[in-house]
Design a protein around this ligand. Structure first.
Ligand code: ATP
Length: 236
């Protein structure tokens, strides 16, 4: 679904992404795990098209995305802070991406209703974001990303702002939603437990590079480097 070949992104002297090769399969739940500043978010932004690589190539479903703006890519992003529009009701927040793409009012409303039902918020269209709980805002952000039917959903620490109980609930919901829709999920987290329990495969980042990639049990049981052993081991 997503392929990186020798991707580099530097900011001044900071090597944010320092030569990453990556192949994420269609329908895969892929976690990017690593400490703060290791390059995970920059990788996500490169997939989304918010950043351009300084070197290397990125392909999405076999097509080079060089020069393709974010809205022309088959991907969408759920941001950690949700980035909802406070002045718009929930229905209009969810439908926003459709409006930008020129979808008419009636169809927008239908699709927004369907997306809200998918995240168990049926009937909440008229509320404002300020009238929702943190978990509900999270769901609105998810519905807004799903409504445009992306093939790949990018999630940047989407559960970071939730308390533990809600977090666990959303983890299993995200997982079943992903299975039901057959989407590719690319999930950024610095929470080892979360990556290991949710993902089909985990890529462990350190200083702009992937130091190990594999199924969670492999990364956990056979860490490739001392760094992986320490970082993954510190979850328990
Ligand atoms: P976190 O978990 O804290 O979000 P991360 O692993 O996602 O960290 P990135 O956000 O990708 O890491 O950042 C990697 C490095 O690139 C960091 O040193 C960061 O300060 C730097 N960086 C990222 N974006 C920019 C930018 N727009 N301008 C300058 N430096 C940046």
């Amino acid at each position: 679904a997503v392929r990186f070949a020798g991707v580099v992104r530097h900011f001044g002297t900071v090597r944010a992404v320092d030569g990453v090769d990556l192949a994420i399969a269609p329908g895969e739940f892929f976690a990017m795990l690593g400490p703060s500043g290791s390059g995970k978010t920059t990788c996500l932004r490169l997939i989304a098209g918010f950043e351009q690589p300084d070197a290397g190539h990125i392909a999405i479903f076999g097509e080079s995305v060089e020069g393709l703006p974010p809205y022309r890519r088959a991907v969408n992003t759920v941001f950690q802070d949700y980035a909802l529009f406070p002045h718009l009701c929930v229905g209009d927040n969810v439908a926003y991406g459709l409006r930008v793409r020129g979808v008419g009012r009636a169809e927008r409303d239908t699709l927004a209703r369907e997306a809200l039902a998918m995240v168990k918020l049926a009937g909440m269209e008229a509320r404002r974001p300020a009238q929702l709980s943190g978990g509900q805002r999270q769901r609105v952000a998810l519905a807004r990303a799903l409504v445009v039917r992306p093939k790949v959903l990018l999630l940047d620490e989407p559960l970071g702002a939730l308390d533990l109980k809600l977090r666990e609930e959303m983890q299993s919901e995200l997982k079943s939603l992903q299975r039901a829709l057959g989407l590719t999920f690319v999930f950024v987290t610095h929470d080892q437990g979360e990556a290991l329990s949710m993902a089909d495969r985990v890529a462990v980042f350190n200083e702009g590079r992937i130091v190990q990639v594999g199924p969670p049990e492999q990364v956990y049981e056979r860490p490739a480097t001392r760094f992986v052993a320490q970082f993954v081991g510190s979850a328990n």
